[in-house]
Write a protein that binds this ligand. Sequence first.
Ligand SMILES: NC(=O)C1=CN([C@@H]2O[C@H](COP(=O)(O)OP(=O)(O)OC[C@H]3O[C@@H](n4cnc5c(N)ncnc54)[C@H](OP(=O)(O)O)[C@@H]3O)[C@@H](O)[C@H]2O)C=CC1
Ligand SMILES: CC(C)(CO)C(=O)C(=O)O
Length: 314
Amino acid sequence: MKIVVIGSGAMGMLFGSRLALHGYDITMVDVVPAVIEKLNNQGLYLEGDDGDHLIPIKAAFAEDINEEVDLAILLTKAIYSRSALESAKKFLGKDTHVLTLQNGLGNIELISEYVPHDHIIAGVTNYPSDVKGIGHISSHGSGYTKIMSANGEENKMLYIINDALQDAGLNSQIAPDVMVSIWEKVAFNAAINATTAVCRIPCGGMAVTEQGKYLAYTIAKEAVAVANAHGVAASEETVINSLTESIEFHKDHFTSMSADIINKRKTENEFINGGIVKKAQEVNMEVPYTEALYDLICTIENTYNMQKLNTDTE
Ligand SMILES: NC(=O)C1=CN([C@@H]2O[C@H](COP(=O)(O)OP(=O)(O)OC[C@H]3O[C@@H](n4cnc5c(N)ncnc54)[C@H](OP(=O)(O)O)[C@@H]3O)[C@@H](O)[C@H]2O)C=CC1
Ligand SMILES: CC(C)(CO)C(=O)C(=O)O
């Protein structure tokens, strides 16, 4: 099975390296020349709970891949999915399946502009991964991956992908109720990604004050209420438990949104907190905490050039 991983950042490198370590034919795709060069010439460096690994791996720009592949795993930030899929057209054949494990709402709809609905596999993963340098990641703590065909029907490729992810140690399971998982994950991300991003802290920082915990739990509750109003049976208890676990067991992880704010980059705000605000409007609900965090992140990511930090070390 030929697999391309689109996006050689924190998660792309985690999934690509774990699959490559278990013998899968992986090509990493990215837009940054230094990333392609480093992966091809020096391999991918993965720090995990099972030790450090230097894994030889292929990497290429999408434009340079000339044969159709069996599976493309989309792990860019959702805001770059369109440009990633545009440049992937040459290797997305009529039999190619696309797997998205991206955070946020609306990923399936966006991918279906490029790939038939019955060739899309969607899911979630809560493995944390942090970029330490070019071609270098660190991922600590246990996790899970849940996947399902976007059309809700189990097919052969779904089983093949699930087996591959299990072989790679990515604790994958087929989740018939994947929309529940996607909503529970977005509720979790709206609560912890946005708050840790505004504060520029790792997950563990949310345990420091009662106010921080209250804020995260309140956002999670708002998001679950919106899911329920849309007929999705997301559970408040599941999301709160995930938050508690992540604050404790992934305490040193900087959420993907927190990493973006620290690096002065555009975030997935539109797909996470923004996605929930839009869904709330559709059912005439108010989500004041989620919306406030959405507005704050919008402001932060559009004013990087005006922000002042005291860099004195004393
Ligand atoms: N990090 C984490 O722990 C987790 C992240 N997620 C989700 O996984 C997804 C990926 O996140 P993460 O790995 O953190 O993101 P990163 O920003 O670390 O990695 C994304 C990579 O994709 C590259 N990229 C951007 N545009 C394109 C393009 N057009 N074609 C190919 N590559 C492109 C980026 O390059 P450049 O840097 O130049 O933009 C970057 O190297 C997100 O949806 C995130 O929410 C889910 C669970 C955990
Ligand atoms: C917090 C985490 C790793 C989920 O466990 C995540 O989804 C992110 O960093 O975006």
